[in-house]
Design a protein around this ligand. Sequence first.
Ligand code: NDP
Length: 317
Amino acid sequence: MSENIEKVKCLIIGSGPAGYTAAIYAARAELKPVMYQGMQPGGQLTITTEVENFPGYPDGAQGPAMMEDMKKQAERFGTDIRWGEIVEVDASKRPFRVKADDGKELEAETLIIATGASARWLGMPSEQEYNGFGVSACATCDGYFYKGKVVAVVGGGDTAAEEASYLSNLVEKVYLIHRRDELRASKAMQNRVLKNPKIEMVWDSVPKEIVGKQEGFSKAVTGVIVENVKTGEQKTIEIDGFFVAIGHKPNSDMFKGILDMDETGYLATAPDSTKTNVEGIFAAGDIQDKIYRQAVTAAGTGCMAALEAERFLGEQE
Ligand code: NDP
């Protein structure tokens, strides 16, 4: 790496609720944080529509607008927010050397990793077409809009089982579509799902296409075509909402071999802390949380990371 290196006290990687909250706290603590926004500025909330469960917004807010507000708040206290991605991290010694996708190099005394996770999608064109208009990857976020309606959940793991159970408290009926004849979810979750009279299993089946209709300037899902993988038979199930729950992928590839992570790539942090196994590197939000994955919990750990970074820097002086 060349010697023309910018020096920063606190570098935040990622711009979801965790990153922005870390930025607000770090900036107010005068750490002069620099943030690289990453490939999807604003993170996962920019692909949802209405957010109704983030406290402080009594009438709800549009996901993208909410992220714009968080950005403004971080900027107001002086966060240096930049387009682009961090593509290389050398954590072998402090300060940490990092490289951005435009070739720029920086030295950071602390790093806050808030690169999030991305929902896995099935890959059907109609899934993207109706994303935010009846297709969702988060029942806790969007389930409320389907009160009294009929929805389908795809997947057979704990997330799918949990989302189907959660939705069953709100909706009229849940179809749980799984590609095998046995769920992957824990036994306890399986029991909950299989005993739930509102949940109907659609075994050995994969969605082929989502069908919908134009509604004025908007659009809505009306059904899903599923194929039985054993018989090849196709049928259309009438639904109002389609929830994909086939897992998430934490955006942690860059930290392989650098930071401790579990077998699925979620960064390991110390209990009740955002500390990773490398002193001075903290992880916040969905990159280290595979259980809750909510904007408000991400914001909470973003706050923790900034406070821990500040404390760490104080101890070094
Ligand atoms: P998993 O990887 O456990 O499950 C994904 C599910 O989606 C599987 O049933 C898989 O099918 C199915 N699937 C994957 N790809 C496709 C595809 N292309 N088409 C159709 N189906 C597909 O992910 P989860 O998000 O459910 O869970 C991730 C981890 O988080 C797990 O360790 C889980 O236990 C944990 N978790 C724990 C919770 C808790 O303790 N409360 C809550 C939520 C998650 P197949 O089974 O055939 O592979």
